[in-house]
Design a protein around this ligand. Sequence first.
Ligand code: PGA
Length: 259
Amino acid sequence: MSGHKSFLRKPVFAGNWKMFKTAAEVVAYIEKIKPLVEDSVHCEIVLAPPYTSLSAAVEAVKGTNIRVGAQNIHWENEGPFTGEVSGSMVVALGCTHVILGHSERRQYFGETDETVKKRVLSALRSGLTPIVCIGETLEDREQGRSETVLRRQFNGFMDALTVQTCSRIIVAYEPVWAIGTGRIATPGIVKEASSFLRALSANYFGQEMAERLRILYGGSVTPSNVQGFMANVGIDGALVGGASLSPKSMAAIVNCIQP
Ligand code: PGA
């Protein structure tokens, strides 16, 4: 594996807004962040508001380099699934990305590796770029099970991909113990996890594909620690929760690296 960041991997900075921000708040936010990131062509910027604000977000980012993502989708296109939203529905609104398998969904909403796989396939069929989240819990880490858990979660959807579809996904390594806690993973942990995931992907589709796979770090990323993560050769951006809620701090994260 090369020790250098590949020019093939364009960095991605994604904001996961979870259950925050009404449509009006999203529009006000985008107006504020727009001038701060208009020259940030070195990376892809994705904002993921709740479903109810997607339409307003898509409208507000028109003509900018900001893309809009959903925070989940169902695996069917349509059907009797009360309360669910499909990939084709968010694509019809103008979304380009979707966050899948977030640990909060795994923890509170019964998400499993199997349902993550189905959602990933559905996202790809709909033309969305999936940002697939995986990560071990504190207990997993303390029991020495981190690699076993990462392998299970990663292989759970990789098994269903082809070399073509794999080239369209983004993986977010988010240790559960680092999410919303202010406790960040050490450079050693992040390096170990990203090398491990890249090696697993090489098993599937070879070294060249593995070098192209974009792996983000997520978990308590802020403007003051993001550079440390980006210094890691295996990390290609960040999935940001809390710190993405302010346009100023999200812009500072996006602009932590320059071409
Ligand atoms: P956090 O959340 O940045 O608030 O830790 C990250 C995430 O849940 O994706």
